[in-house]
Ligand binder design. Structure first.
Ligand code: BTN
Length: 339
C-alpha cells in the first residue's frame, strides 16, 4: 500500500496546475490535516511546494529523488506492490537474492539510491555513489535445469537491449552495446549488468535469476576515479551536463524488464535483431582474454565477425581459424585501448 505521502507526491507530479487540498483529501478519504502533514514531509525531503489559500498546492521544484511516490506517478499501484524502493543498501542483487530465497514472486524489483558494496562482474566492485546513479535488481523465477539457461550469453544480452530501450525512451539517447553487456554512450561505459543465477541443490533446478543493473546517470566526469576516467562515464556527462530524473529511467527500465520477462526465452528473434543493431563490437579487432583473469595471460588478437543466434560471438583469429565464444571477455581496440 502506498503511503499518503507517496500518493500526494504522485498527484502533485501529475498535475501541472494547482491541486486543491480538499480534492486530495476527498480522493484519498483522509483529513485536510493529513494532507498538510504529507506536504510538510515532502518539503522536508527537498520538494518545493507552493501553497495558495484559494488554489491549493503546486510542485515548483522537483528534486531528483528515488522513492515510491516518484514511481507511483508513472506506474500502476498494483505494479509497485513488488517494487522495494530503498535508500542505502549493501547490494540490490544481494537483497533480491534474499527475497528470492524467501519466496518473492517473479518480477520483484529492488532499487536503491546508493550501494555500499555494489558488486561487479568477475568479483570486482561496482562504485555506486548516492544521488546520481541507479542500482536496480530484477528477479526472474524460471524452473529449469541450469543447462537450459545460459545466463551470460542470453539473459544478460537481452538485459543490455532492455537498458538501451529504457535510456532511449527516458532520455532520447540510443546507447550502444559492447559485447556482451556493457552499455556505452560515445564509447564510454554508462551501465554495467551483473546476472546471478541460484540453483536449488536438491532438485538441481534454477529457482531464481537476478538481473542487476547499475546506470551512471548524473555524475560529473570528474566524479569517476582516475583509473576509470577513460572508460566510464554517465549519461549526463556524455550529454553536455544535462541532468536526467532517475525515476523516469527506472520506470522505463521496469517496463522494459517486464517486457523481457514475458518474452524470455521464446522470443529471441526480436531481441537478437535489436542487439545486433546496437552492438559495436562486430567488425572490430578484439583482444580475447579468459574470464579467469590471469595477469600473465597474453590476450589473443582477432576480428569480431558476428553475434551468433545464441548471443555468443564469432571471432576470427589472426591465424585464420574462427571460434564461437560465450564465456571469454572481449576488448575492442580503440574503445578501451590496449592494456
Ligand atoms: C559490471 O559492469 O561489472 C557489472 C556491474 C553491475 C552493477 C549492478 S548495480 C545493481 C546490482 N547490484 C549490484 O551489487 N551489482 C549490480
Amino acid at each position: 500500500m502506498p503511503s499518503t505521502k507517496d500518493i500526494v507526491l504522485a498527484d502533485l507530479i501529475n498535475n501541472e496546475s494547482y491541486l486543491s487540498g480538499e480534492k486530495i483529501s476527498t480522493k484519498l478519504n483522509i483529513s485536510r490535516a493529513a494532507v498538510n502533514t504529507a506536504v510538510k514531509a515532502l518539503r522536508a525531503d527537498g520538494y518545493v511546494i507552493d501553497s495558495s489559500t484559494n488554489k491549493g498546492y503546486k510542485l515548483i521544484e522537483h528534486p531528483d529523488k528515488i522513492n515510491s511516490g516518484e514511481l507511483l506517478a508513472y506506474l500502476p499501484e498494483k505494479r509497485l506492490e513488488t517494487v522495494a524502493c530503498l535508500d542505502t543498501v549493501t547490494s540490490t542483487n544481494k537483497i533480491a537474492k534474499d527475497l528470492c530465497y524467501d519466496g518473492a514472486p517473479a518480477g520483484t524489483v529492488v532499487v536503491a539510491n546508493h550501494q555500499s558494496a555494489g558488486k561487479g562482474r568477475l568479483g570486482r566492485s561496482f562504485i555506486s555513489p548516492p544521488n546520481t546513479g541507479i542500482y536496480l535488481s530484477y528477479l526472474l523465477r524460471p524452473t529449469l535445469p541450469p543447462d537450459k539457461i545460459s545466463t551470460t550469453s542470453t539473459i544478460t544480452a537481452w538485459a543490455a537491449v532492455a537498458v538501451c530501450n529504457a535510456i532511449e525512451n527516458a532520455c532520447g539517447i540510443r546507447p550502444e552495446i559492447k559485447w556482451v553487456n556493457d552499455v556505452l554512450i560515445n564509447s564510454m561505459k554508462v551501465c554495467g549488468i551483473l546476472t546471478e543465477m541460484f540453483v536449488e541443490t536438491e532438485s538441481g533446478l534454477v529457482t531464481g535469476i537476478v538481473i542487476g543493473i547499475g546506470i551512471n546517470v548524473n555524475q560529473k566526469q570528474t566524479d569517476f576515479p582516475p583509473e576509470l576516467q577513460e572508460i566510464a562515464s554517465s549519461i549526463a556527462a556524455q550529454d553536455g551536463g544535462t541532468k536526467y530524473p532517475r525515476a523516469r529511467i527506472i520506470v522505463e527500465l521496469i517496463k522494459e524488464l517486464d517486457r523481457l520477462a514475458s518474452n524470455w526465452p521464446q522470443n529471441a528473434g526480436e531481441y537478437l535483431a535489436m542487439y545486433r543493431s546496437s552492438c559495436v563490437t562486430i567488425g572490430k579487432e578484439v583482444d580475447v582474454i579468459s574470464v579467469h583473469t590471469d595477469p600473465n595471460e597474453i590476450p589473443r588478437r582477432g576480428f569480431a565477425v558476428t553475434i551468433n543466434d545464441d548471443f555468443s560471438i564469432r571471432v576470427r583469429f589472426n591465424d585464420g581459424h574462427e571460434e564461437d565464444l560465450s564465456s571469454g571477455e572481449v576488448r575492442v581496440r580503440g574503445l578501451y585501448g590496449y592494456t
